[in-house]
Write a protein that binds this ligand. Sequence first.
Ligand SMILES: CC(C)(COP(=O)(O)OP(=O)(O)OC[C@H]1O[C@@H](n2cnc3c(N)ncnc32)[C@H](O)[C@@H]1OP(=O)(O)O)[C@@H](O)C(=O)NCCC(=O)NCCS
Length: 353
Amino acid sequence: MSTPVLKQSPTREHSRILGIGAFRPDVIVSNEDVCQWIESSDEWIRQRTGIITRHRADKGTSVIDMAEAAAREALAGAGIEAAQLGAVLVSTVTHPYATPSAAAELTDRLGATPAPAYDVSAACAGYCYGIAQADALVRSGTAEYVLVVGVEKLSDFIDNTERTISFLLGDGAGAVVVGPSDTPGIGPSVWGSDGGKSGAIGMTHSMLDIRALSLAAEADGGLTPDALSGGPAKLWPTLRQDGQTVFRWAVWEMAKAAQQALDAAGIEASDLAAFVPHQANMRIIDELAKQLKLPDTVVIARDIADAGNTSAASIPLATHRLLKENPELSGKLSLQIGFGAGLVFGAQVVVLP
Ligand SMILES: CC(C)(COP(=O)(O)OP(=O)(O)OC[C@H]1O[C@@H](n2cnc3c(N)ncnc32)[C@H](O)[C@@H]1OP(=O)(O)O)[C@@H](O)C(=O)NCCC(=O)NCCS
């Protein structure tokens, strides 16, 4: 008896981003607002970070609501129906359930069921991780069209009164549809991690801390009002960072990763039309542009001034704005790089939708 030969999905040569969408929540938090909570000033925040405002979602708006709005615009731009999606990836670290995923619920809301759906936890590199996966899924023949969403409601995980990171953060969503292409549209992904620096950014507590406290209070005869206000509320996980460690890593290591993405794609800095780095700090953006020796012809995304740092949403939001303000960039080359908590990073050269 001959050994049966396994069939494999027919592969495709190229993929590209076909459409993009964004959602920016209505509530605008100014530097003056921030200074009610921390000792700082509008001038300091502008000079040291470039941030002027950040958008935050109201109580009733969830990660999935924001993702849906951005996804619908991306689908319309790509000219495909939700039912044609072969996979839905949601990059986020602020969906409040470890399971079920935000992606499964989003898929159903969009009318894309039974598309495979999963969340990607790669913080500020989440969108670039999503693009790396979508590119691989499309070219391997595993899916024809893939929705990639970067979405965060960071305001649920900040303590407004702390000064290491909260004042930087905003909420929002950006989404793209990746699909087959006749020409190369997504360069090789340069992505990685350095878990040895996991202490540089992260949450103050885990859900287990809250559970332990609740159990202890229960053993003491129930959750008294005191335990409730002083306990679980204090243990709620909020973000912290060692800003200088992250800053140095971003400037030195991420310039190298960005250069590797250019080299892997066979692209010179002067071939680029746009540069969309993670919107973490305007000084990091300037320093990366300097180290990459980007010519003046390259348009640099500076969405951070208005949006703050929106983690996984930052690159698609910034790209969306860039295309709105400079429609002539459509079809041109853009270098994108995301980096953050993990630590993790991801970069690739893409053809703009
Ligand atoms: C957070 C960050 C803006 C702080 O800026 P910085 O220039 O590194 O500030 P430093 O921590 O060196 O502190 C410099 C001074 O500013 C003060 N300072 C720090 N945060 C402040 C704030 N929010 N407002 C006012 N003053 C502040 C410090 O107390 C210090 O004062 P001192 O000189 O009197 O001691 C910056 O480190 C940063 O952007 N880091 C990387 C962020 C990042 O990329 N994070 C996420 C990746 S996803």
